[in-house]
Ligand binder design. Structure first.
Ligand SMILES: [Zn+2]
Ligand SMILES: [Zn+2]
Ligand SMILES: [Zn+2]
Length: 187
């Protein structure tokens, strides 16, 4: 699995190459709005705390990093979920991508999944039951031991991913976020 680093601003785990350490703080490509930021020791004009200030990329105003985070990205009083869905690993598709029917199988399974598996309504056990009852309606290659083992793991993964995504969305919804522009010049 790729080495993932949590961005300080959006808090999402990102691949290492998307992260820049600015003054030791990991910030991802998407959240890097500071341009050539430099820090200064001064009083933050928003929270009035003394400390290091960061200059915004598109105007000359400076704020502390906590205020920048709240204004542009949001901060929550809730505890950050212990896991993001990107931190769990999806099982590997059990067929070789050099096989002639590689894409056909992927597409056939994609259609099957869409038709039968509703993650929102079904538990893992229910999904297994649905799968077992629909084995006659799908191509034989999906019913081999090799594929069934992959599928069981994939269902476990999908359920966990779905749950983690919901937890993460709830956490994001709990964030208090400013209006996303500089509080002094509105840029
Ligand atoms: Zn980010
Ligand atoms: Zn501040
Ligand atoms: Zn400004």
């Amino acid at each position: 699995m790729n080495n993932l680093i949590d961005c300080y601003m959006c808090e999402e785990p990102k691949v290492e190459c998307m992260i820049t350490f600015v003054e030791g703080i990991p910030i991802c490509d998407t959240c890097d709005i500071f341009g050539a930021s430099k820090n200064f020791n001064d009083e933050c004009p928003v929270c009035m705390e003394n400390g290091k200030l960061w200059k915004l990329g598109y105007c000359s105003h400076k704020f502390c990093i906590n205020c920048i985070k709240t204004i542009y990205f949001g901060t929550s009083k809730e505890k950050k979920p212990h896991k993001h869905w990107k931190n769990i690993e999806s099982p590997n598709w059990p067929f070789d991508d050099n096989d002639d029917d590689y894409t056909i199988k992927l597409e056939e399974y994609w259609d099957y999944e869409k038709k039968y598996f509703d993650l929102e309504k079904n538990s893992y056990e229910q999904l297994l039951l649905i799968r077992n009852n629909s084995m006659n309606d799908r191509p034989e290659w999906m019913n081999t031991d090799l594929f069934l083992e992959f599928e069981n793991n994939k269902l476990l993964y999908s359920i966990e991913q779905y749950e983690l995504e919901n937890i993460w969305n709830k956490y994001n919804d709990s964030k208090i976020k400013g209006n996303g522009c500089c509080p002094l010049c509105r840029k």
